[in-house]
Structures are given as C-alpha cells and as structure tokens.
Write a protein that binds this ligand. Structure first.
Ligand SMILES: *[C@@H]1O[C@H](CO)[C@@H](O)[C@H](O)[C@H]1NC(C)=O
Ligand SMILES: *[C@@H]1O[C@H](CO)[C@@H](O)[C@H](O)[C@H]1NC(C)=O
Ligand SMILES: *[C@@H]1O[C@H](CO)[C@@H](O)[C@H](O)[C@H]1NC(C)=O
Ligand SMILES: *[C@@H]1O[C@H](CO)[C@@H](O)[C@H](O)[C@H]1NC(C)=O
Length: 178
C-alpha cells in the first residue's frame, strides 16, 4: 500500500519519468506473477524511476534477490564461525554460505544477461539462483540419523522462502520478455 505522501511524490516526479512510465505497467506486470503483492512492494520500495517496463521491473526484483542472497550468505558464514555451535552444524552453515554465494553469482549473471537482452540466459541464471537455497536445505535434510540429527534452522527456512519467491517473480517476468 502506497501512503498518501508516496502518491504525492509520484505525481510530482511523474513528468521526469520516461513517457511509457505507468503504474499500470507495474500492476499488470506483477499481476502475471505468483506473488503480486511482493512484486509491487519490491518495485515501489526501490523507486519507480527504473521500472518503466517489464525489463526494468525484473531488474529491480533481481537486484533485491541479489541483496537477499548476499545477506543470507553472510548470515550463514557468521553462523559457521560461531564457536558455540556444534562442529556438524558449523560445517552445514559453511556449506550453505557457499550455496547462497553461488545464488548471488547466478543473479549477477542474470542481471548481466538482462542488460544485453539475452532473456533465455537471464532466465536460466535466475532459475538456477532459486535452486541453491534448496540445495542448502537438502544438506540439512541429509542428516537423518537421530543421534546426529540437525534441525533445519527456522531462520534458513525463512531466508530460503524469501529468495525463492523473489527468484520466482523475476523468472516469471523474464519469461514475458523477448
Ligand atoms: C489482474 O488480474 C486480475 C485477475 O487475475 C484481473 O481481474 C485484473 O484486471 C488484473 N489487473 C491488471 C492491472 O492487469
Ligand atoms: C529479502 O527479501 C524479503 C522479501 O522477499 C524481504 O522482506 C527482506 O527484507 C529481504 N532481506 C534482505 C536482507 O534484503
Ligand atoms: C542483513 O540484513 C539484516 C536485516 O535486513 C541486517 O541487519 C544485516 O546487517 C544484514 N547483513 C549483511 C551482512 O548485510
Ligand atoms: C548414527 O550415527 C552414529 C555416529 O555417526 C553411529 O554410531 C550410529 O550407528 C548411527 N545410527 C544409525 C541408526 O545409523
């Protein structure tokens, strides 16, 4: 939900946007994704100036996903070096830090391909980015042995879901392009 002051800002800035700018573009683009509200919130939070078309909107969502992945990689790396954690847990966090870093790398590639309008490759990289957090969960799931069982931490559940949703929105918009 945009506040009243946001709406005023938009009206004041409107003449400076490209002629094709329209909140309808955001609405209709985000409407075609699985997470309409997340998509609209993401785009409006970053400022609408770059979001004059579906490509701009997908770029915004990709960069948010990149921030998310980088942040989660840093979080997992911090947990991996927490002296209080059990060694098995630390090594799992270490592996997950690498998965999230790889997700960030894939998102950087997706942004590069988007910039040169290589939509097929942007699609492939953005789809790959969504798989890395899943790989992290699988690592935790592999520890099924009761005596060494490690619960998949709720914080990682949340972070996996955040990144997966952002990547899904980006992928869905990219598939509209080209
Ligand atoms: C969004 O989708 C709904 C149905 O799914 C449709 O009724 C509505 O008109 C769409 N809005 C825009 C802006 O495309
Ligand atoms: C990650 O994305 C979610 C939305 O999916 C957002 O709520 C959260 O603030 C983001 N976190 C960072 C660190 O970017
Ligand atoms: C990750 O995001 C959280 C909340 O958004 C923030 O407090 C934290 O400093 C961020 N960490 C890194 C490494 O960017
Ligand atoms: C569980 O793991 C421990 C130590 O790794 C091992 O000694 C034990 O035999 C395993 N139990 C089962 C049921 O696999």
């Amino acid at each position: 939900m945009a506040s009243v002051s946001d709406s005023w800002l938009l009206i004041l800035l409107l003449p400076f946007f490209s002629p094709s700018f329209s909140t309808d573009v955001i609405e209709s683009t985000c409407n075609s994704t699985s997470y309409h509200d997340l998509c609209v919130a993401a785009v409006t939070s970053t400022g609408a100036a770059r979001s004059s078309d579906a490509r701009g909107i997908s770029a915004i969502v990709l960069s948010l996903a990149l921030t998310n992945a980088t942040n989660s990689s840093a979080y997992a790396a911090r947990m991996a070096s927490a002296p209080a954690s059990a060694p098995a847990l630390r090594s799992l966090f270490h592996a997950c830090a690498e998965k999230y870093a790889a997700a960030g790398e894939a998102l950087r590639w997706a942004l590069k391909e988007l910039r040169v309008e290589s939509y097929d490759y942007a699609f492939v990289h953005a789809s790959a980015a969504a798989e890395y957090p899943t790989a992290c969960r699988v690592l935790f799931g592999q520890r099924k042995n009761a005596s060494t069982a490690v619960l998949y931490p709720p914080e990682l559940v949340r972070r996996e879901e955040d990144l997966r949703r952002l990547c899904t929105v980006a992928v869905e918009i990219i598939s509209l392009l080209g």
